[in-house]
Design a protein around this ligand. Structure first.
Ligand SMILES: *Cc1c(COP(=O)(O)O)cnc(C)c1O
Ligand code: SF4
Length: 346
């Protein structure tokens, strides 16, 4: 089959769709045709972290189903406002690694740039839901400090555009930023961490793909898909277009109670990823962020679920089951954790 590179949509279309996103508990409930009786408490949760859902994503939810796995990721719950032991505002202590505004340098060889403060969607379990974005998103004119930091450390070979969601920035903003990164000679790789192609596939335009690949840097993209139902026809089309530009595609998933805590839901997701040539990369254990305790799954249950997946799928289709530890030098698997503990006790 000849790959189709032409996208069916226009650059301005996604901006309009983003603008028209669902932004209240009522509008979301109306859209999916559900009734809730604890609206007041849900409002408090919304005030803490506002509802934001593109209708393209909401359209993939089952009408009338209050337990829909996509809806649960975005619908504010009364329990978010109940404090839970161990669930805190900055669980990864990222502020320790926030060397200069807009940049997080935690792992050897790569840095993360907070390229845009906002996301197209607000996921209730997000570990950055309390992150001080406003202080951390330099306008283009102010990137110099972050770029100087990268230029001064020749061990940095990869720059990851993250956020927020980097693809919520405009094409021209991204183009300028990428040009300035590629001017630093020791940087070889560009990585985009984004959920936007998933929640608003119309973001993946010809112009975007061209600008992401019109650079000497080799570009890869890590998506964030949690459930097979997120993979609709429009996303499938966008993935095909991304592929046709030679961008390597990977995916990360967060393990979430009620959303994807069964073997069959992961099996469906991993098979859908393989079908669309997306490499499963990480399956993250939930970061203990304040307001997200109701999504928590114990290590024992996670390990059990993972073991069952290993018995059913080929190794290359499995993500690595990891957690982000505040001061570890890499994303740590449950097995790594056992090893680290042993070393510490020696
Ligand atoms: C996850 C993460 C990365 C990327 O880690 P990889 O293992 O290279 O995917 C880089 N920086 C920070 C702060 C991260 O949280
Ligand atoms: S898209 Fe990613 S960064 Fe944005 S709210 Fe969701 S999990 Fe958080």
């Amino acid at each position: 089959m000849i790959p189709r590179t032409a996208t069916r949509w226009q650059t301005t279309e996604w901006q309009l769709m983003l603008k028209n996103s669902i932004r209240s508990v009522e509008a979301l409930c109306d859209f999916v045709e559900i009734d809730v009786n604890d609206m007041q408490q849900r409002h408090l949760a919304h005030k803490d972290f506002p509802v934001r859902v593109p209708t393209a994503f909401a359209a993939l939810m089952e009408k009338g189903n209050i337990n829909d796995p996509l809806l649960l990721q975005v619908l504010p719950q009364a329990v978010e406002m109940v404090d839970s032991a161990g669930f805190v505002e900055d669980p990864l202590q990222e502020s320790d690694f926030n060397k200069v505004p807009g940049l997080i340098h935690k792992y050897r060889g790569r840095v993360l740039l907070i390229a845009s403060p906002s996301c197209a969607i607000n996921c209730r379990y997000c570990f950055r839901r309390h992150f001080p974005y406003q202080e951390n998103t330099p306008g283009l004119a102010h990137w110099q400090q972050a770029l100087d930091y990268i230029a001064q450390d020749s061990s940095i070979e990869e720059v990851i555009l993250s956020g927020g969601d980097p693809l919520s920035a405009s094409d021209s903003y991204l183009q300028t930023l990428i040009e300035r990164i590629s001017a630093i000679s020791h940087v070889r790789w560009l990585r985009i961490h984004s959920r936007l192609p998933v929640v608003l596939p119309q973001r993946v335009t010809e112009d975007l793909l061209r600008l992401l690949t019109a650079t000497r840097l080799q570009t890869s993209m890590v998506l964030h898909i949690n459930h097979a139902n997120e993979v609709g026809d429009d996303l499938a089309h966008a993935l095909q277009a991304i592929h046709s530009y030679g961008i390597r595609l990977m995916n990360q998933t967060v393990l979430l109670k009620g959303v994807n805590d069964t073997v069959s839901s992961h099996k469906d997701l991993l098979e859908a990823l393989h079908q669309h040539r997306v490499q499963a990369y990480y399956l993250h254990l939930l970061d203990p962020v304040k307001g997200a305790a109701h999504f928590f799954i114990s290590d024992e249950r996670a390990a059990d679920l993972y073991e069952q997946l290993r018995c059913q799928l080929p190794g290359f289709m499995l993500p690595k089951l990891v957690r982000e530890l505040a001061h570890a030098p890499y994303k740590t698997s449950l097995q790594d954790q056992a090893v680290l503990k042993m070393r510490a006790n020696r």
